[in-house]
Ligand binder design. Structure first.
Ligand code: SF4
Ligand code: SF4
Ligand code: SF4
Length: 429
């Protein structure tokens, strides 16, 4: 089948696992994750490309969660080893063209490879979006137009591999291969990298990283999922587990979700209406919650439209980003409601809730009017003999008026100062 075979006969022809592992216990199934699923798809792609002419090999170093640094980490660890794997793969399929899509120049590109600089991930791991952007320079996902197993770049038989696939191929070529997964673990203290057997739980991983009792956990990024129970969430070889993030008391879950949904909006190729409109709505809803404009119904809206987007989006990106929003509401509902109902950000992150509220103490104001000239925002209302008032919608909390008042009537309200709702005569409130 293979045109040339090296790297231990292409890792003993992807470990010869055509059939599922004979022992189908949950533990065994988890540990044979790559070989049973992704590895088998890759095997079919290789088989198909090897049997046809004009095969293309694409090494995709851009499809990752924004800011995860996952591919850079792997490249630094083992660029040269990956080069050997890429050469073996190119030989196996008789590749007539090798393309490396990378955010920057790399030193280990296979001989003759064309390096295409792409700054960011095209719709994450959606291969058809990668093909389209390589072909046309435009971001567009066309998963329904591509035929399995290997119709890809310019309609040619294409094998697409990421950095981790190449590294895994190297590991398979060595004796005693056991399936592992490299994971970047982010906690409040920084990031660390671990290589763990698949089947390890997210809980075990976080414990080893010193994050025993996080208030929230996100497996993956914008297409990942928040989980309430990291002990029952087992590391598989899927991209969702490239990174695991533990959140502490200083993190705001509304703010974190709003950032993820903004990424979703930016990353969507906008081809299908459910993802295009849905990512906009999700981004607006969570942004509104961080800005103090959230309503309880917003959470119901996420729970209602999320599954619809997941069911109807054309590709896995749209499906998963909606599921990510839903998982945030499921796992972080209480904190989101604190923003919505109590107008508070428990982590003190959302600036909308930390704005100082300046008020004029009606017991002290003599209606002299000195403060009015000091306010550039024209937020102070008042007239002769009437207690002056600050319009909270116009006030930017700059505090300039405080020093203009000789009566020390302008104060930050901690809840103890009652103010009139309309202009009231001095001494009558
Ligand atoms: S789900 Fe989103 S990313 Fe995928 S094709 Fe539709 S618009 Fe594009
Ligand atoms: S400067 Fe002070 S006393 Fe004079 S109107 Fe303003 S708040 Fe009242
Ligand atoms: S705090 Fe600033 S914006 Fe607000 S009323 Fe005073 S001067 Fe105007």
């Amino acid at each position: 089948m293979m045109k040339t075979a090296d790297l231990r006969d292409l890792a003993a022809w992807i470990m010869l696992t055509d059939a599922p592992a004979p022992d189908l216990s949950p533990e065994s199934a988890k540990k044979a994750d790559f070989l049973n699923r992704h590895g088998q798809n890759l095997k079919k792609q290789i088989e198909d490309a090897a049997s046809r002419e004009e095969a293309v090999l694409i090494i995709d170093l851009v499809s990752e969660e924004p800011g995860s640094g996952f591919n850079a980490e792997l490249t630094e660890r083992a660029g040269e080893r990956m080069k050997a794997a890429a050469a073996a793969l190119a030989g196996a399929i008789g590749a007539e063209k090798i393309i490396v899509a990378a955010p920057e120049d790399i030193s280990w590109a296979p001989e003759g490879a064309e390096i295409v600089r792409l700054e960011c991930s095209p719709v994450l791991r959606e291969d058809s979006a990668l093909f389209h952007i390589l072909e046309t320079g435009e971001l567009r996902s066309c998963p329904l137009d591509r035929a399995f197993p290997s119709q890809g770049y310019k309609g040619l038989p294409t094998v697409t591999v990421g950095a981790e696939d190449l590294l895994r191929l190297c590991a398979m070529a060595e004796p005693g291969y056991t399936e592992t997964k490299i994971v970047i673990i982010r906690t409040g203290d920084g990031a660390s990298v671990a290589e763990v057997p698949t089947g390890t739980t997210v809980g075990e991983l976080l414990k080893a990283a010193g994050a025993d009792a996080p208030k929230g956990v996100l497996a993956g990024g914008v297409t990942g999922t928040f989980t309430r129970n990291p002990e029952s969430c087992a590391i598989g070889t899927g991209s969702m587990f490239d990174s695991v993030r533990a959140f502490g008391e200083k993190d705001c879950m509304a703010d974190q979700t709003a950032r993820l949904m903004k990424q979703a909006l930016d990353l969507s190729c906008r081809k299908c209406v459910l993802c295009r409109e849905g990512s906009w709505h999700m981004a607006e809803i969570f942004k509104g919650i961080t800005e103090g404009k959230g309503k309880k119904e917003d959470l119901d809206m996420v729970m209602d439209i999320g599954p619809l987007i997941t069911a109807g989006a054309f590709c896995s990106f749209g499906q998963n980003m909606a599921a990510c929003a839903v998982s945030s509401v499921e796992c972080n509902r209480e904190e989101l409601l604190t923003h919505i109902v109590k107008k508070k950000c428990p982590a003190g992150v959302c600036s909308a809730f930390s704005k100082k509220t300046y008020v004029i103490d009606p017991a002290k104001c003599t209606a002299c009017g000195d403060c009015i000239d000091e306010c550039d925002e024209m937020a102070i209302e008042g007239k002769r003999k009437f207690i002056h008032m600050i319009d909270q919608d116009m006030c930017t909390s700059c505090g300039k008026c405080v020093s203009a008042c000789d009566e020390e009537a302008i104060v930050v309200n901690n809840g103890s100062v009652k103010v009139p709702k309309k202009l009231t005569k001095v001494g009558k409130f």
